[in-house]
Design a protein around this ligand. Structure first.
Ligand SMILES: O=P(O)(O)OC[C@H]1O[C@H](OP(=O)(O)OP(=O)(O)O)[C@H](O)[C@@H]1O
Ligand SMILES: O=c1cc[nH]c(=O)[nH]1
Ligand SMILES: [Mg+2]
Length: 209
């Protein structure tokens, strides 16, 4: 079973409060999601492997470290995942970006894939799939299914807010995938929305509705 990590960093928790706030407008919402994505990227990369190297400082040669291991790929689930992408790329600019387009059918709550474009060297990369919301888990499971079908084998999933139902479903469907979240909320409501959540992440990011 993959591990579930809840990021309790005070800055993440503080900013998340304003992201949740119904009175936060589109511009500020987008900026806050971007900032939290950067902070979460900092936390999620904590365990990346390093190798020793040497660097010439203005004073003398020094032993130092650079990143080693697999190259990274970021996969935002369209649309709302796009809101977290730039914040992650600020810290990991060399990562390649794949896109998977999914929307949740409002009646059945089942995900429908409408787009996929992934890096060509998919088997050589470690992927972070990102989406602000993990509700029923259907979208995250489908996105990871899609990545695995195309050859990815090292995948993590990162979101802002998760429902217990989504965490359970994702952990059962993909036990090899670690899940990183900023907040684990109470439940889903009858429309499949996270309670208390933040509403519809895509609509709040892009000003639709
Ligand atoms: O865990 P689930 O029950 O699948 O729900 C979560 C999905 O729902 C939202 O996307 P939505 O379908 O609203 O698409 P959008 O990003 O285009 O708004 C959200 O961004 C996730 O992708
Ligand atoms: O609470 C939810 C659930 C699914 N998608 C969202 O954007 N919000
Ligand atoms: Mg939406």
């Amino acid at each position: 079973m993959g591990k579930v990590h809840v990021f309790d960093h005070p800055l993440i928790q503080h900013k998340l409060t304003f992201i949740r706030d119904v009175n936060t407008g589109t511009k500020e919402f987008r900026e806050l999601v971007d900032e939290v994505a950067t902070l979460m990227a900092y936390e999620i990369t904590r365990d990346l492997p390093l190798r020793k190297t040497e660097v010439e400082t203005p004073v003398q040669m020094a032993e130092s470290y650079v990143l080693a291991g697999k190259k990274l790929g970021i996969v935002p689930i369209l649309r709302a995942g796009i809101g977290m992408m730039d914040g992650i790329l600020k810290l990991i600019p060399a990562a390649k970006v794949g896109h998977i387009g999914l929307y949740r059918d409002p009646e059945t709550l089942k995900p429908i894939e409408y787009y996929a474009k992934l890096p060509s060297d998919i088997g050589e990369r470690e992927f972070i799939v990102v989406d602000p919301m993990l509700a029923t888990g259907g979208s995250a499971i489908a996105a990871i299914d899609s990545l695995k079908t195309r050859g990815a084998s090292h995948i993590r999933f990162m979101c802002l807010i998760a429902a217990p139902e989504g965490v359970k479903a994702l952990a059962e469907a993909h036990p090899d995938v670690d899940i990183y979240i900023a907040a684990l909320d109470e439940k889903l409501n009858e429309h499949g929305y996270i309670v208390p959540g933040l509403g519809d992440a895509g609509d709040r990011l892009f000003g639709t509705k």
